[in-house]
Design a protein around this ligand. Structure first.
Ligand code: ZN
Length: 504
């Protein structure tokens, strides 16, 4: 096995957002040893594999900041849907739904998005042991879900947590953070968390603040009440003193189309007083469990899985309802437990959020769905192909920044997300002219084109088109003890945002 790799003559896009340059990158063991011109002349190449990267971009491995990969990294450690997009790190435990710290044999919605029988880990240490045994291909960092904490500490979830229950949740959370979890997530939109008042989340966010973690939230509403929900999230994080991530920002439902014109200025305003960023996936359909309240008879709904009716998977709910001679709501009820894609967004809103300088890319892919939303296999190449190359909403350097440097900085991932000598050698080599997602709603399991090679911790892990991980060298990333001294995404990020915003 080679002790390193020399990537020669590629366009080095380092993840910081600055303009790329044709240079060489030398990886030795798990680190980036050098970046510069003509490294061949200045380094001993004994045991080094050389890769001709002319015409290709060399970038930091992409960081998927919004995933539900907690269980799948253990169950399918090749992680091909992600690795094949150039992703080297996933952040799991989003939307209030984390695998730990709770054990059950039959997880209810929405926890069943992680697989109904996956909940086997009561502590971070347990999970870490399973991670080591599975040896996944990708680096993985964990958020701890507020909804999971509620299931672990409360008997009925249709009310606020009592004092003793809240202290139990705080203790469980603190232990996970002490062991290495990077923060807290919430999913106040989901029924098991909806009754939680702001004060409940604030108490937990304060625990996160003391440990130097982050708080990510699936807002209480992404529809009519989104402005109120944004204020709630902003105030919770601000009062606790934690960096905030607004998950998969969107304005959902035809009545709310166009309202990113209201939400983005509010988000910018909040970012003037507190560390804040958002993530986004580049599609007009969302996807989650089957819920009657999301079935309005207006938007298309496509079934992604159904336990009682697997034959319905991949079909439109309207067609199923027509076959059954019932309403879409009735069909939705009969298909549960299950999941669906909801075509609830407007393309202009999606583009506006993707282009925003505070937006990081997160797939929100659902790896346990049998007919999943195409974002699972295609989100990152789709941003590079559709929004960067075709629509030219932002330059390549900005696209990469949204997938690496911005993400690592905001989630405080230590020495990752940027190509820098001495940092970890997570690297993707891709063809900016040809990179293309191939996953569609009809055929969602498809490898993207144009991703040439992927290195995880210095190991060659993926070569374009091969349907397996060549090596698996991912690590469980633990919260870094000393938070970066650089400020997280702040008002400074907004400088220069004018072009992208003005264009829309
Ligand atoms: Zn969510």
């Amino acid at each position: 096995m080679s002790r390193g790799h020399l990537l020669e003559g590629g366009l080095v896009v380092d993840g910081s957002g600055t303009v790329g340059r044709a240079e060489d990158v030398l990886l030795i063991d798990e680190r980036i040893a050098a970046i510069g011109p003509d490294l061949r002349a200045r380094h001993d190449l004994n045991g080094i594999a050389c890769h001709d990267c002319r015409g290709l971009a060399v970038a930091p491995g992409f960081i998927d900041v919004h995933t539900h990969d907690d269980a799948i990294v253990l169950q399918q450690p090749d992680m091909l849907p992600k690795l094949s997009q150039g992703i080297t790190t996933v952040i799991a435990g989003n939307c209030g739904i984390s695998l730990l710290p709770w054990q059950t044999d039959d997880a209810p919605a929405p926890l069943n998005l992680l697989g109904r029988e996956s909940f086997r880990h009561a502590t971070f240490a347990d999970y870490a042991k399973a991670f080591e045994q599975a040896q996944p291909a990708l680096n993985t960092a964990l958020l701890i879900g507020h909804t999971t904490l509620r299931f672990a500490a409360m008997r009925s979830l249709d009310r606020a947590a009592r004092g003793d229950e809240l202290e139990h949740m705080a203790t469980l959370l603190d232990q996970c953070l002490a062991d290495g979890a990077i923060g807290l997530s919430s999913g106040l939109f989901y029924e098991p968390a909806f009754a939680a008042p702001k004060e409940e989340v604030l108490r937990l966010a304060q625990v996160v603040a003391r440990r130097g973690g982050v708080y990510a939230t699936h807002l209480r509403s992404e529809m009519q009440a989104i402005i109120e929900a944004l204020h709630e999230a902003g105030d919770t994080a601000f009062e606790a003193g934690v960096p905030l991530v607004i998950s998969h920002h969107k304005c959902a439902g035809p009545a709310n189309w166009g309202r990113t014109r209201e939400t983005l200025p509010l988000i910018e305003q909040l970012a003037q007083r507190q560390a804040l960023a958002m993530d986004v996936y580049p599609y007009t359909a969302g996807s989650t469990v089957l819920r009657e309240d999301l079935v309005d008879g207006v938007i298309d709904v496509r079934v992604t899985w159904s336990d009682p009716h697997p034959e319905a998977e991949g079909r439109l709910l309207a067609d199923i309802a027509a076959d059954w001679g019932c309403s879409q709501q009735q069909a939705c009820r009969r298909l549960q437990p299950g999941g669906a894609c909801y075509f609830q967004m407007h393309e202009d809103d999606v583009a506006r959020v993707v282009a925003h300088p505070l937006a990081m890319i997160g797939s929100d892919g659902l790896p346990h769905d049998r007919h999943p939303h195409p974002r699972l296999w295609g989100a990152f190449p789709r941003v590079l192909a559709r929004y960067c190359r075709e629509q030219q909403l932002f330059p390549l350097e900005q696209a990469v920044h949204k997938m690496s440097g911005l993400s690592a900085r905001h989630f405080r991932l230590h020495q990752r997300g940027q190509l820098q000598a001495g940092w970890f050698a997570d690297v993707v080599v891709f063809d900016p002219a040809r990179v293309q997602d191939r996953a569609s709603y009809e055929a969602p399991l498809a490898v993207s084109e144009g991703i040439h090679t992927v290195f995880v911790n210095g190991r060659l892990s993926y070569r374009g088109g091969e349907l397996r991980a060549l090596q698996r060298s991912g690590r469980l990333l633990r919260r870094h003890a000393a938070p970066s001294s650089r400020p997280p995404a702040s008002s400074a990020q907004l400088a220069g945002s004018g072009t992208a915003l003005a264009k829309r």
